[in-house]
Design a protein around this ligand. Structure first.
Ligand SMILES: Nc1ncnc2c1ncn2[C@@H]1O[C@H](COP(=O)(O)OP(=O)(O)OP(=O)(O)O)[C@@H](O)[C@H]1O
Ligand SMILES: [Mg+2]
Length: 269
């Protein structure tokens, strides 16, 4: 049994795929909630100007005083940016649309790719005793996503179970390789998780087969089914694990959390 009271440095996971609407935010929110339910202390960093993770975890726009923009652009201290959520053990650094101009504002900053990395390694982070930090990336391979990859130990890639799902993956992998070569040699792939899977749909099964043929063990055994409760939960400002704990979606994210914890144990061994 792991000793939960004494986390070593937090494991930082970037949830990334430049394709829009594939389940990045849903995975970040619900995986975070599932890890929190298992007693881990978890921080979600909303790195998307859309702010969907912030909304989905119940942080209203008028409560977003200190945001990821302030952390990246104005060096705001983490302890001012981190907020509790209604979920026990789960905190968030929220985002607002301000973040959309960060790319341009940071253009001439020499350390522009390292800003999140440096922020998440502030001494203050230790006092929060996080076991996991999940970064919800925007649908782009821009400076924000690069910041996430430079800051992270690993990249978790949600793959929507539909036509063209694998298209664009090679570009994503190329970015991972570039970040490894330039800034973060230890960056790993946490894995690829199939999302919005529909068992009755041949196409979903075809995508699963293609993904397993091409990516092998990188593809998690756990699959996230298409489940209406998952899509309803954000409008109630909660993870599906709180909104409908018995739903198939909640069960799937619990299973994924177990996989992630096991990955970490294996890597530590
Ligand atoms: N397992 C699921 N079952 C049903 N609906 C889902 C599931 N996962 C995600 N969705 C829905 O699909 C849509 C896209 O999901 P999400 O916002 O998580 O994707 P994203 O990759 O973060 O999008 P973006 O690229 O815009 O940030 C949302 O409406 C979400 O509620
Ligand atoms: Mg999103």
């Amino acid at each position: 049994m792991a000793d939960l009271s004494r986390p070593t440095a937090p494991r930082i996971i970037a949830v990334a795929n430049q394709k829009g609407g594939v389940g990045k935010t849903t995975t970040a929110i619900n995986l975070a909630a599932a890890l929190a339910e298992l007693g881990r202390n978890v921080l979600v960093v909303d790195l998307d100007p859309q702010g969907n993770a912030s909304t989905g975890l119940g942080v209203d726009p008028d409560q977003r005083d200190v945001t990821t923009y302030d952390v990246l652009v104005d060096d705001a201290p983490l302890d001012e940016a981190i907020q509790n959520t209604d979920v026990e053990n789960l905190s968030i650094i929220p985002a607002t649309v301000d973040l959309s101009s960060a790319d341009i504002e940071l253009f001439s900053n020499e350390k522009r790719s390292f800003l999140l990395h440096d922020a998440l390694r502030q001494v203050a982070i230790d006092s929060y005793r996080f076991h996991y930090i999940l970064i919800d990336c925007p649908p782009s391979l821009n400076l924000l996503t690069v910041n996430a990859m430079v800051a992270a130990h690993s990249v978790l890639v949600p793959l929507q179970s539909e036509f063209f799902a694998l298209e664009g993956l090679s570009q994503l992998m190329l970015t991972v390789r570039e970040v490894r070569q330039t800034a973060n040699p230890k960056l790993r792939l946490e894995g690829v998780v199939l999302t919005m899977f529909d068992r009755r749909n041949n196409l979903s099964q075809q995508v699963e087969q293609d993904a397993r043929d091409n990516l092998g063990d990188l593809v998690f055994r756990t699959i996230i089914p298409r489940n209406v409760r998952v899509s309803e939960a954000p409008s109630f400002a909660m993870p599906v694990l709180s909104y409908d704990p018995q739903s198939q979606g909640a069960a799937a994210y619990r299973a994924l959390a177990e996989d992630i914890i096991q990955n970490r144990t294996q890597q530590a061994a």
